[in-house]
Ligand binder design. Sequence first.
Ligand SMILES: [Zn+2]
Length: 222
Amino acid sequence: MLPTHHPDPELLMDYAAGACSEPASLFIATHLALCPHCRDEMEKMEWLGGTLLDSPTEVAVNPDSLTQVMAKLDQSVPDNGTGRERISGAGEAGPQAQIPRPLSDYVGRSFNDIQWRQLIPGFSEHRLDKLEGVRASLLRIRPGKNMPLHSHDGSELVMVLSGGYHDKFGSFKRGDVAVADAEVEHQPIADLGEDCICLSITDAPLRLTGPIGRLINPFVRF
Ligand SMILES: [Zn+2]
């Protein structure tokens, strides 16, 4: 099953431009490893970025450049392999319990080897201490359990890595991305059958307003 909840295009664009912070880069690289749709988008953006750099004058004097840019985004992209080396592990397949390659540099290759710290019965955490400036964790919820009500001081990016959960916003499976902030009240419930394991990145307490796309900016501008 392919992801249906994707990161905001703005965040993908920043990643393509190399403008993401380490936590945001890790998050996007992990999503790309699981999501063919966003890998295609990324290739278009990188190809487009290269095209613009190759002809800055022409673009600058053309009043229709924005229209052309948008049109190019919809065109198919020649498969020249650009950008693939940076996204290590992109496209790998395997059992659900396999940790995507970008993330394995931080937490190892198997969920079974992770040292979990139980917060409350049915809910455990493993902190990614290498990442500074944010609270980055793997969260594990036992099948059928409610995630505890938690307040978000800032904003939180969550991606399912194994199993799944559902809440009033929908059903989230492996690779699916959710964004939450202090205004979002929900109580995710892990699907039955297997543990739900998520990657969670929470920024420092920041007041954020505006459309949901802006919620992720603090991750980028750190
Ligand atoms: Zn995606």
